[in-house]
Ligand binder design. Structure first.
Ligand code: 5GP
Ligand code: MN
Length: 341
């Protein structure tokens, strides 16, 4: 994975000459989106840049300990400020997404921005709207790419505790604690470097994974006991939560993060889905084991995308009609699902 030299030196000049830099990421940012954004933010700050981080929406409480979290501007809560910053920017970094539609309500603003746009991402098929594209699908996370980007700029020695904690968090969350096949030996070496730069691994794990509210844990219990459907004939399991069920547990952003992985953890299950209802829209998470591509499945039927084994999508149908659509599709994939290696 090599960042091309010519592009790196052009972006280096852009960073040096830009008066205002904006970093943004996808809607409902996850650990990698926030870790890569704040990792890059803390690095550019150290370089003396004037830089702001704008998220298209809020994000889970278990990410608010990230160094410099307090500077983040949420477009949904502070649209006016966000607009001004984007319109005055010379340079915009787009992190952890490939299509501009992934920023939802911010899409028009970003599309019409005069600033140069740099994409750093690890999803397939980036949209052709960026001035510079650093897209590596073999990377485990965008946070890994930010480490490599800083390295390519010749500044790896500048990685301090703050930057290291952000990048550690992004790599940890996008690899489900270093367990996916994307977690190569090289990335373990990067993790070692981040620990030597000050990232305290045990604290980061604790802050992300051991800070649930009681409500969140009880929602998990309810979901697994009452809302999990297992379909062995299709090697499939899924969970679905209506808005009123979520409200019973005073649901907050991030409370259902990781729920879909429980469905996938059942022996023999190759395909898992999680459906949640919010404001008349159904958000879906898909996960798979082996060669069944949930990226293709969500792209084809649920206006989504992502990676081969982890993707997301949406549906404008009601929750029950969405489930019916999903269940009607399973027979089409029965042979494929039954033969997953
Ligand atoms: P999650 O299920 O955790 O929300 O998302 C899993 C993966 O799918 C992530 O890599 C995420 O970027 C991608 N993803 C989630 N929702 C969407 C979506 O609506 N559209 C696209 N293209 N990708 C998505
Ligand atoms: Mn990511």
């Amino acid at each position: 994975m090599q960042f091309p030299k010519a592009e790196i030196s052009a972006v280096k000049q852009l960073i040096e000459s830009s008066k205002n830099i904006v970093i943004t990421t996808h809607h409902r940012p996850d650990g990698d989106a926030m870790g890569s954004s704040l990792g890059l933010y803390n690095y550019l700050k150290l370089k003396g840049c004037n830089v702001n981080v704008i998220t298209p929406s809020d994000y889970p409480d278990f990410l608010t300990w990230l160094p410099s979290n307090d500077v983040v501007i949420n477009f949904e809560a502070a649209g006016h400020t966000a607009k001004e910053l984007v319109n005055n920017a010379d340079l915009i970094f787009c992190l952890d997404f490939n299509w501009l539609s992934r920023v939802e309500g911010m899409e028009g603003l970003l599309r019409s921005a005069a600033a140069k746009k740099v994409l750093i991402d690890h999803h397939l098929d980036p949209e052709n709207v960026y001035d510079f594209v650093f897209s590596f699908t073999e990377a485990c996370s965008t946070s890994e790419l930010i480490y490599r980007f800083i390295d390519a700029l010749g500044d790896v020695k500048m990685i301090n505790k703050d930057i290291a904690e952000c990048l550690y968090c992004g790599i940890m969350t996008d690899t489900n604690s270093f367990r996916y096949s994307s977690m190569k030996a090289d990335v373990h070496r990067i993790i070692a470097e981040l620990m030597e730069a000050g990232a305290e691994n045990y604290r980061i794990h604790e802050r992300v994974y051991d800070t649930s509210t009681e409500n969140r844990l009880r929602l998990l219990g309810f979901s697994l006991k009452e809302k999990l459907t297992v379909l062995p004939e299709f090697n499939t399991a899924y969970l679905a939560l209506s808005q009123s069920e979520l409200e019973m547990f005073n649901h907050k952003s991030g409370d259902t993060e990781g729920l879909v992985n429980y469905a996938l953890s059942i022996n023999g299950i190759k395909f898992a889905a999680f459906f949640s209802e919010k404001d008349g829209m159904i958000k879906i998470s898909f996960r798979s084991k082996g060669n069944f591509s949930v990226k293709e499945f969500s792209g084809k039927y649920f206006s989504g995308g992502g990676h081969k084994n982890a993707s997301g999508g949406r549906s404008d149908l009601s929750l029950s009609d969405t489930l019916k659509k999903f269940l009607d599709l399973l027979p089409v994939y029965k042979n494929e699902l039954n033969s997953v290696e």
